[in-house]
Design a protein around this ligand. Structure first.
Ligand code: A2P
Length: 288
């Protein structure tokens, strides 16, 4: 705990806050940032006993409205990648806002001090343990699929294990790249990483943002840019090779499947798992 304790004269104390309904597995929101009208990120307190590996996801949510017939309230939960690294004392999430989405239509209105439900059972395939040692790691994201990489880019093991870290992020618009762009920029001043890995560790990172529906310096889907060879020429690296390259994929379903096919049938990479580390892994959270 690092909260300040203040001694207050009981006579001047404000009336006690209205008791909040006790949520199961409640955590308190500490910060909310809105990036576009469709994207926001937020931080919450971390359960003291929760251990997870950078890149994993948990179920989070809110209580549903009472059932009109029975009056019972049930939790409404969704899988969310943890965007903060394993060492962080809080937990961060990066979310889309869907106007008629059962959870995100409400979650987008959370404020610091509010409570959310966080089931402390982390799982996931986007973990270093699921990959064989290699020279270069690629992170491929679309949209909010950047979230697990926001965790892994702040994870010291990423830089201990690899000489090069390439992060590609394809979004529709320039504004949708901003969360990732600021996060990568902030790594230069990350005290822990500079101390553990060494000053200038961030030079290992190659950031390759692309947009598909708004003008930006690099336009197009990463899949097309790889097929044409343009992405490799821009980055100054050869196409992926099972001897040197490892990759993690997190995006919409069509993107995940298209990249998996490209890896297996063009570059000769094999999909790994926690139980069988190999060359690449795909986030399964969106496939369920
Ligand atoms: P596009 O605009 O050409 O559909 P979405 O918001 O639909 O989840 O998409 C996020 C980004 O991922 C968009 O830039 C979108 O490009 C891109 N995308 C969607 N499907 C694929 C795919 N199969 N391969 C590569 N990029 C994709």
């Amino acid at each position: 705990m690092n909260e300040m304790t203040t001694v207050t004269d009981t006579a001047t104390q404000p009336a006690p806050e209205k008791a909040k309904p006790a949520l199961p597995d409640a955590q308190t929101v500490t910060e909310v940032k809105h990036w576009t009208d469709k994207l926001f990120s937020f931080r919450v307190t971390r359960p003291a006993s929760l251990r997870f590996r950078s890149g994993e996801f948990v179920m989070i949510g809110l209580m549903n409205d009472p059932d009109p017939k029975t009056g019972k309230v049930k939790p409404l939960l969704r899988a969310y990648s943890i965007a903060s690294p394993a060492w962080d004392e809080e937990m961060e999430f990066y979310s889309i806002k869907v106007e008629d989405g059962p959870l995100t239509s409400r979650l987008q209105h959370i404020q610091p001090g509010d409570e959310i439900i966080l089931r402390p059972k982390p799982v996931g395939t986007l973990v270093h343990d699921a990959l064989l040692p290699g020279k270069r790691i690629w992170f491929f994201a679309t949209g909010t699929g950047f979230a697990p990489f926001a965790s892994l880019l702040r994870e010291p093991q990423t830089y201990e294990d690899y000489d090069e870290v390439i992060i590609t992020h394809t979004c529709r618009t320039v504004g949708e790249l901003q969360y990732g762009r600021e996060l990568i920029e902030s790594l230069k001043d990350d005290e822990l990483l500079n101390e553990l890995i060494g000053e200038g560790f961030w030079k290992k990172i190659k950031y390759y943002p692309t947009t598909t529906r708004e003008e930006s310096p690099k336009m197009g889907r990463i899949t097309d840019l790889m097929r044409s060879g343009e992405a490799f020429a821009d980055l100054g690296v050869p196409p992926l090779n099972p001897d040197t390259d490892r990759a993690m994929i997190c995006g919409n379903l069509a993107f995940n499947l298209e990249l998996k096919d490209l890896f297996e049938n063009t570059y000769g990479l094999e999909e790994g798992a926690n139980s069988k580390p190999l060359h690449f892994v795909v986030e399964k959270a969106f496939l369920d």
